[in-house]
Design a protein. Structure first.
Lengths: 548, 434
């Protein structure tokens, strides 16, 4: 999970960075935009200015052409600037702007040509407008001095009159009129044509040159008066400003789009960045969760360990308790026979000589019994101790079970006396078997001793010895006080004495020794008992295998 | 413009540094700010703004040596280069450049009377403004000084005089445009055929060419830089072969000079053109008698004044007007009468028809400037008029329909002589004139 998140984060991070890079590199340069839109505005301004200057020139307000040249220059500069379309303009828009720039350039070229033509035509016209009245006046003066020039005078006067009116306010009527006037000077007048009936005017050779000059000026005025005005009208109606405006519009649209996409790109970057952050947060959260889980696990393990430790501690405490109990019980148990030994031996020492034989023998037997008791207890304690320390080892030897049992019973007789009845049922193995005699002796002796001790004197104790292929079975039954149900669990504990055994002497080690001995031999013990009726112990001891 | 730039502009209110000599000029000193300018040896102005408060930001800005053309021209911030000294990067980028431009604005306002050719990257402008005239006539005096990069002017001069530019290696621009001979071919004028046998056209003067709106008799070229291709590649003139060949020929001799002149790319076609054109723009001849009259400094003599009146009433002024007394329009040679009457018409007489193919452009030429006309004989595109008197008479007749009397011709010629200017303070006119 974490790995997948990490990969996703990396991928998203790369995506975010590239989105950022894209947004930054294609960001719209505000300054450049200002520059460019300024140029588009300027283009329109300059076109208007060009028109204005042409008008001023036409009206004679400005009589030189330097301004027209300078404005044209500035237009060239602006065109050059406009051709440099900013980088952020998209492809589609760029081609549209270029198209419109071409049209703008074409219009401007047309305008430039017309302006050049205008400049030359205007100069010529102005000169003729200035020269014509003067030269025609001078001509008239000369004609008056020349004889036989009445018709000529008339024709020139009429021409002057009409041309001047034409110069002031051209009209078609005047145009045709002046053309009609001119025909008077033709070599072969065409006569009546469109209402123009004019008589030819003879030009004497001396006056031919000045007449030619006047006629030339007249023709110039007639031809160019209207055409120059038309030229100016054409110049001013050429849609230079409109074309520049079209470029500006296309650029504005492009700029808006560029702004839009820039915003979108920034938006994408921000979205990716936000997703990146959230993914990062998710990653952190998941990591935190897994750490928490691990932590919990560790804590659980720790608490388990602690529990185990507590348990250990409890057990240790139990053991310590047991040890102290052991020590106190042992010392208590030892003290009793010791005090008997002490008292009896002291009394024997003090009064032994005066006592009769029986008394003396009694005390001696007391001392012996006490010593034996202590010895037996010591054995039991030692065995249990060795068993606890794991130092109780199996020591098997070939055993004649019958002889063994006889030996044990005989040992027991010394303790219980001859009166008690022991019934023996025997099913002995037909050969010697391998058993640990010492341990088995502990078992048999303790069980039999308990059976006799915890049953009335007139009851019978039954010893049944049986076997199978692998083990020997011993059953010891008595008709004694029985073992209460609730104390079965603690029956084999060291120093445990049942509640109903308080009237009978015992140190509580017997069954503990039995259990430890059986454990080492690999045997088992079962108990059946009814309080007040009797108890049966069944023991099974397996033969020791030869480990060869 | 950022508010900071505006603040700087307002701070810089003193008009101009133009006309000031070298040295330090403190324009403004206010609490925490000190603006000073220093005009260096190369004529470039260095502006320095010291702002005490903001961590000793010192910004040194240096104009590229060319002031920004203003009067009628556009403003470009590409010309100013800003170098930062101990600066924090706060003032960088476009707002800074605008601020720089704003700072240099008043500089150029004061320098309005001076020539402002285009700077690198921008198109060169034609007809830079002239001096202010007090007399109300459609003329302007030539300005008395120009602000051009002197390194480039010098480099251009060397190229202009360098015969290695030609294919043969024997002819330099200066051979046909002799500055001591009116910017045209030196030697005695001959009539009816051009001075130099190498080209079909009469060599026009190289003086005051910055004030022409087109170049060549047929007005083929719009810029001085563009025009250079004409004579360079023409077999009759320089026969340079190609621009690459030309650059190769001269590269070894100008190895570092171009870089020192501020051309980063060293010797290449564009820079050669630029250097030559810069030099040509520097060839102005101010302070003619007429210009001084226009500025109100002197009065014209009687014959000159009569000539000027005739110039106006006869009508020469309609085409020979403006700062260059001509040079700003096309016109037909032979308006009221045939200019070629009595002699055969050949190809070069066709004028712009050879360019455009329009019949209306037959015999149409670029109107030449009349400045220094006294010393640029012979006249017309073919050099067919050997003397000024011939030219004047011919013009008056075929262009204006006037038959001038001898007295009128004398007066007109007297006026035309007032158009002769000075080069480095020395009048171009020789003793007695022509």
């Amino acid at each position: 999970m974490l790995g997948a998140l990490r990969v996703a984060w990396l991928v998203l991070g790369v995506g975010t960075l590239s989105a950022l890079g894209l947004a930054v590199t294609t960001d719209v340069d505000r300054w450049r935009h200002d520059q460019y839109s300024k140029q588009t505005r300027r283009a329109r301004e300059l076109d208007a200015r060009l028109n204005e200057e042409v008008a001023k020139s036409r009206l004679g307000i400005v009589t030189h052409y330097d301004d027209l040249v300078r404005t044209d220059d500035q237009i060239r500069v602006v065109q050059d600037e406009l051709d440099r379309i900013p980088d952020y303009v998209g492809e589609g828009h760029r081609s549209e702007i270029e198209r419109r720039l071409e049209r703008y350039a074409a219009t401007l070229d047309e305008k430039r040509d017309l302006v050049e033509t205008f400049k030359s035509e205007q100069a010529i016209l102005r000169n003729s407008l200035r020269a014509f009245p003067r030269s025609s006046d001078r001509l008239l003066a000369r004609i008056e001095r020349t004889p036989d020039t009445h018709r000529l005078h008339e024709a020139v006067e009429s021409l002057q009159h009409d041309v001047m009116r034409l110069a002031l306010a051209p009209s078609r009527k005047l145009a045709s009129q002046t053309r009609c006037d001119l025909r008077a000077f033709d070599d072969e007048p065409k006569g009546a044509e469109e209402g123009c009936s004019v008589e030819r005017a003879e030009v004497p050779p001396s006056l031919s040159r000045p007449v030619d000059t006047v006629l030339t000026h007249a023709r110039i005025i007639i031809e160019r008066r209207k055409s120059t005005e038309d030229l100016v009208a054409d110049i001013m109606t050429l849609p230079g400003s409109e074309r520049a405006g079209a470029v500006a519009d296309a650029y504005e649209a492009a700029y808006r789009d560029a702004e839009q996409s820039s915003r979108t790109r920034w938006g994408v970057f921000l979205a990716l960045g936000a997703a990146l952050l959230m993914l990062g947060a998710a990653y952190i959260i998941v990591r935190l969760q897994t750490s928490a889980a691990k932590l919990r696990e560790t804590t659980g393990k720790l608490s388990d360990a602690l529990d185990a430790l507590a348990q250990e501690r409890d057990r240790e405490k139990e053991l310590a308790d047991l040890k102290s109990r052991f020590v106190s019980m042992t010392s208590h148990e030892f003290r009793t026979p010791l005090s008997v030994i002490l008292s009896s031996s002291e009394m024997l020492e003090a009064y032994g000589q005066r006592w009769p034989e029986e008394k003396r023998a009694m005390h001696l037997h007391r001392v012996q019994d006490a010593a034996q008791k202590m010895s037996r207890m010591l054995d039991g304690v030692l065995l249990i101790g060795r068993a606890e320390a794991g130092m109780l080892h199996l020591n098997a030897e070939p055993t004649d079970v019958g002889a063994f049992c006889d030996g044990v019973v005989e040992e027991l007789r010394a303790e219980i006396g001859a009166d008690r009845e022991l019934r023996a049922i025997r099913d002995l193995p037909d050969r010697e078997v391998s058993l640990d005699q010492k341990l088995l002796r502990h078992v048999l002796l303790n069980l039999l001793s308990n059976a006799f001790k915890y049953s009335p004197d007139d009851s019978v104790v039954t010893l049944e010895v049986g076997h199978d292929d692998e083990a020997i079975r011993i059953e010891v039954s008595d008709e004694g006080i029985g073992i209460p149900e609730e104390e079965r669990e603690r029956l084999f504990e060291a120093f445990h004495r049942c509640s109903n055994a308080s009237g009978i002497a015992g140190n509580g080690l017997g069954l503990a020794v039995v259990q430890r001995s059986l454990e080492v031999q690999g045997g088992s013990v079962e108990v059946d008992s009814t309080v007040g009726e009797g108890t049966t112990f069944r023991v099974r001891v397996p033969f020791v295998e030869d480990e060869s | 413009m950022t508010s900071r730039a505006v603040a700087i502009r307002r701070m810089w209110m003193s008009p101009s540094l133009s006309g000031r000599g070298r040295g330090e000029h403190v324009a403004r000193q206010r609490a925490g700010r000190r603006v000073s300018a220093r005009i260096g040896r190369d004529g470039a102005a260095r502006l320095r703004i010291e702002m005490r408060n903001s961590a000793a930001l010192r910004t040194e800005m240096r104009s590229a040596g060319r002031a920004i053309p203003l009067c009628g021209g556009g403003m470009s911030t590409r010309r100013a280069s800003a170098r930062f000294v101990h600066g924090r990067g706060a003032m960088t980028g476009p707002p800074m450049r605008l601020a720089v431009a704003a700072l240099l604005l008043p500089m150029s306002l004061g320098a309005c009377g001076q020539e402002h050719p285009g700077a690198e990257g921008a198109l060169p402008t034609r007809l830079p403004p002239g001096d202010h005239a007090t007399v109300d006539e459609p003329f302007e005096p030539i300005p008395q000084s120009v602000s051009l990069d002197p390194r480039r002017v010098e480099l251009g001069r060397r190229l202009f005089e360098d015969p290695r530019l030609s294919g043969s290696g024997e002819r330099a621009c200066v051979d046909c445009h002799d500055l001591g001979a009116g910017g045209i071919v030196p030697g005695e004028p001959k009539s009816n055929h051009p001075r130099n046998e190498t080209g079909p056209y009469n060599v026009p003067t190289v003086f005051n060419v910055a004030y022409n709106f087109r170049f060549n008799w047929n007005g083929k070229f719009e810029t001085l830089e563009g025009h250079l291709s004409g004579p360079m590649m023409s077999e009759n003139v320089m026969d340079a072969g190609s621009w690459d060949a030309l650059v190769e020929r001269i590269r070894g001799h100008y190895r570092d000079d171009f870089v020192e002149a501020g051309y980063r790319d060293g010797v290449d076609e564009d820079n050669v053109r630029d250097a030559l054109a810069t030099y040509e723009r520097a060839l102005i001849t101010p302070n003619s008698r007429f210009d001084r009259y226009l500025r109100g400094e002197i009065e014209l003599d009687e014959d000159e004044e009569r000539g000027f009146e005739l110039f106006k009433t006869v009508g020469c002024i309609t085409c020979h007007q403006g700062i260059n007394v001509g040079g700003n329009l096309f016109q037909r040679f032979g308006v009221v009468a045939d200019a070629f009457e009595g002699r055969p018409v050949n190809e070069r007489d066709m004028g712009r028809y050879l360019l455009t193919g329009n019949e209306e452009d037959a015999h149409v030429f670029r109107v030449p400037s009349l400045r220094n006309v006294e010393v640029t004989a012979p006249y017309f595109h073919d050099g067919s008029a050997a003397t000024l008197q011939e030219a004047v008479k011919h013009m008056a007749r075929v262009q204006l329909g006037y038959m001038l009397s001898e007295r009128e011709v004398r007066d007109l010629v007297a006026f035309l002589r007032t158009l002769t200017g000075t080069l480095h303070g020395v009048s171009l006119a020789k003793e007695g004139g022509r």
